[in-house]
Each structure stands twice: as structure tokens, then as C-alpha cells.
Design a protein around this ligand. Structure first.
Ligand code: ZN
Length: 376
């Protein structure tokens, strides 16, 4: 694995390279340290005599993935069965989630470790206690993205939510470093529109949970004016009418679809393809580890695989959802997760069978391999 610290020219020769708009091979990627200089067919790049060569003839090389909605602070809780009783399930999460600072930090570190094992280079992470601990752990690792402080606006938590909003108003507008601070009113059923309006008036990135269950579909109408104020990353949106989808597109809302989490809770007919056709930016997220199907990695790669196998979803559209759409939803430069020249959040490689006539990237989606980091 190369690191961004090594300022040297490297030529990666891969069986196949893919990004949100590219699928070609055999192909090469020329790097200067961790920055992309050029990517294309070998004849496009020519000889690079001073470069170190890395040969990956049976690998698909692609940008690191964007998990646009996760709860790393729940990573101490393993996947568990769901019996259809949502409030009992939530109670189990509330009692099992870490509360002491050390325990939160340990859970987040484990979540970061699992994210790296899944080829994740950028996250939109919900800091459920608005403690700042996840942001600190993300910065220590170098995992890029947005750490959203979550606001709960009911009962005694409301006062704390208002104090967090006051603090956030004093955050520097132009933050440096790989992790930005954001704000996330939890959901319309725990935050009133006053909290949503105050959050939307801030320059910080904003996220929320939206229309996860059928009973919440009306909440999109209640939030339309707030959503129109600025781009928001709205997790789930499992239920939306055609008119609501048009409103989300007009508001430049990013919908962060969490396919495995939706399947886990029995929400089976997400309109992600209809949303994309209507002009909504649809990204992918995992949501928290307790509602996933595996505990050995935390990555939207497995959500791409689910959608390809279950819905025959287009591979390039899936990669766009897992990279550039996620970056846009987090307010980041989408070229951090493309093969365009410049800085990148990382490159990962996945094996395929060169003797198999099936497109290598389709093979990746049909197989179960874990990614290996090429550049991090
Ligand atoms: Zn969530």
C-alpha cells in the first residue's frame, strides 16, 4: 500500500480501472505521491521511466468509497435480528450504545477500522451524543468526511440542542483538515421546524433522517421550506410520492439510501432509480452496524452488491452513488473520489477472474471479496 506521505511517482498497471464515469482496461494510473496525475490506456500515458511500477493485472482499481450515512459510535453493537417491534429494537440500541467517553471513542475506532476494511475513504458520520469524540477519532485516522453533531429536540435534550446550535454558529466557516463539522437534527419527529430552521441557517453541512417509515412520509411536506434553504443530506427517504421527489430534486437535497438497513427493517421498495431519473442526487450509506448483515466490514460496497444482485442496478450508476454522489451530498469536492487529476481520498483494488468473459467490475459486484488499499 502506498501512502499520501510518499512524494514519488508511481505507475499502477491494472487489469481494469473504474470510476463514476470510466470503465476501461487494461489501464494505468500515474500518481505523484497520493495525487493522480493521469489515468487511461497505457498508450495514453506513455513511458514514465522514473516511476515505481505496481502491477495489478487481475484487479479492478477504483476510488475509495463514500459512506454518506453511518453511525460509527454504534460499532460496539453487533448485527442483531429484528422482529418487527421498532420501539423494542430502539430500546436495545439505547441501552447498548456507549455513553462513557472512552467507550464512545473505542466504538468509533472500531467503526473506522471496519470502514477501512471495506474500502471506505470518506464518511458522513452521525455523532449521536454531539460530543466531538468521533471527529477527533476520524482526524486521528485520516478518514475524511463530515462529523454531524446530532440534535434531539424533545424533552430535556432540547436545551442541549439549542446550545449546540449556538456553538455551531461560531464555527470557522472555512475549516481545514480532512474532517468538517456538521449539524444533524435527528428527524422531524424529534425536532421541530424551529430547530431545523436554525440548523439550515448555519453554513455547516447539514444532515437529517427523513421518511424512514411509511408514517413519516408527510414529514417531507413539513420540511419542504427548510430543505429549500440549502442542500441537506437526508438519510433513508424510503417513502416519497412523485411530487415529493420532484420537490427534493428542486431543493438539491441529497437522498442517502441505505439499502441493507432498509431491507433489514422491511422497507422494500425504495424509489432510488425514480429519484435519480427525476434529478435527485442519490448517495449510499450503511446506517449503523446493528442493522447490517455482517460485522467484518462497514462499507457501501456491500450495498452496491445487494442492489446489483437484487435489482440488477447498473454498475456505473451504483459506483456514482457510492462515490461522487456521496461527496456532493457531504459538500465535498467529488473529484476526491474520481480518477481525475488531483488529490484523492484513496484507491482500492478488488480481484476478478481474467479468464471470465463477464465485465470485471460486474464480477466484483457478484463476488464477495474485501477490497485492498492501493493508495491511502
Ligand atoms: Zn441513521
Amino acid at each position: 500500500m502506498l501512502t499520501n506521505m510518499a512524494r514519488r511517482r508511481t505507475l499502477i498497471r491494472a487489469g481494469r480501472v473504474v470510476d463514476a464515469s470510466t470503465n476501461l482496461g487494461p489501464a494505468v494510473i500515474l500518481l505523484d505521491g497520493g495525487d493522480i496525475v493521469a489515468a487511461g490506456f497505457p498508450t495514453d500515458i506513455g513511458d514514465v521511466p522514473d516511476a515505481e511500477v505496481l502491477d495489478l493485472p487481475a484487479s479492478v482499481v477504483m476510488p475509495a468509497l463514500v459512506n454518506a450515512h453511518c453511525h460509527l459510535d454504534l460499532s460496539n453493537l453487533d448485527p442483531r435480528p429484528y422482529d418487527g417491534d421498532f420501539s423494542a429494537w430502539l430500546d436495545g440500541i439505547r441501552t447498548g450504545r456507549p455513553t462513557a467517553d472512552d467507550a464512545v471513542a473505542a466504538a468509533v475506532r472500531h467503526g473506522i477500522h471496519l470502514s477501512r476494511l471495506g474500502g471506505t475513504g470518506v464518511v458522513g458520520d452521525i455523532d449521536g451524543r454531539a460530543s466531538g469524540i468521533p471527529a477527533r477519532e476520524l482526524r486521528a485516522d485520516g478518514l475524511a468526511g463530515v462529523s454531524y453533531l446530532e440534535l434531539i429536540g424533545v424533552g430535556p435534550s432540547r436545551k442541549r440542542a439549542m446550545a449546540t446550535l449556538d456553538d455551531a454558529a461560531r464555527w470557522p466557516v472555512h475549516e481545514t483538515g480532512c474532517v468538517r463539522m456538521g449539524i444533524s437534527p435527528h428527524a422531524p419527529y424529534t425536532c421541530d421546524t424551529g430547530i431545523y430552521r436554525a440548523a439550515a441557517a448555519l453554513p455547516a453541512p447539514m444532515a437529517t433522517h427523513l421518511a424512514e417509515t411509511p408514517g413519516e412520509a408527510d414529514s417531507i411536506d413539513e420540511l419542504v421550506e427548510v430543505l429549500a434553504m440549502r442542500p441537506v443530506a437526508a438519510a433513508h427517504v424510503n417513502y416519497a410520492t412523485d411530487e415529493q421527489v420532484r420537490q427534493l430534486a428542486a431543493a438539491r437535497t441529497t437522498v442517502v439510501f441505505c439499502p441493507r438497513a432498509a431491507a433489514y427493517f422491511g422497507h422494500r421498495s425504495h424509489g432510488y432509480r425514480r429519484m435519480i431519473q427525476t434529478g435527485v442526487n442519490v448517495a449510499l450509506g450503511t446506517d449503523g452496524l446493528p442493522c447490517l448483515d455482517r460485522a467484518d466490514r462497514l462499507s457501501v460496497l456491500d450495498d452496491m452488491r445487494l442492489l446489483h444482485r437484487r435489482d440488477d442496478a447498473d454498475p456505473v450508476a451504483l459506483l456514482r452513488m457510492a462515490t461522487t454522489a456521496g461527496a456532493v451530498g457531504l459538500g465535498l469536492d467529488p473529484d476526491l473520489v474520481t480518477l481525475a487529476p488531483g488529490p484523492i481520498a484513496g484507491l482500492i483494488a478488488l480481484p476478478y477472474d481474467v479468464a471470465d468473459p463477464v465485465d470485471p467490475f460486474v464480477q466484483v459486484l457478484l463476488r464477495d471479496d474485501a477490497p485492498a488499499w492501493v493508495v491511502r
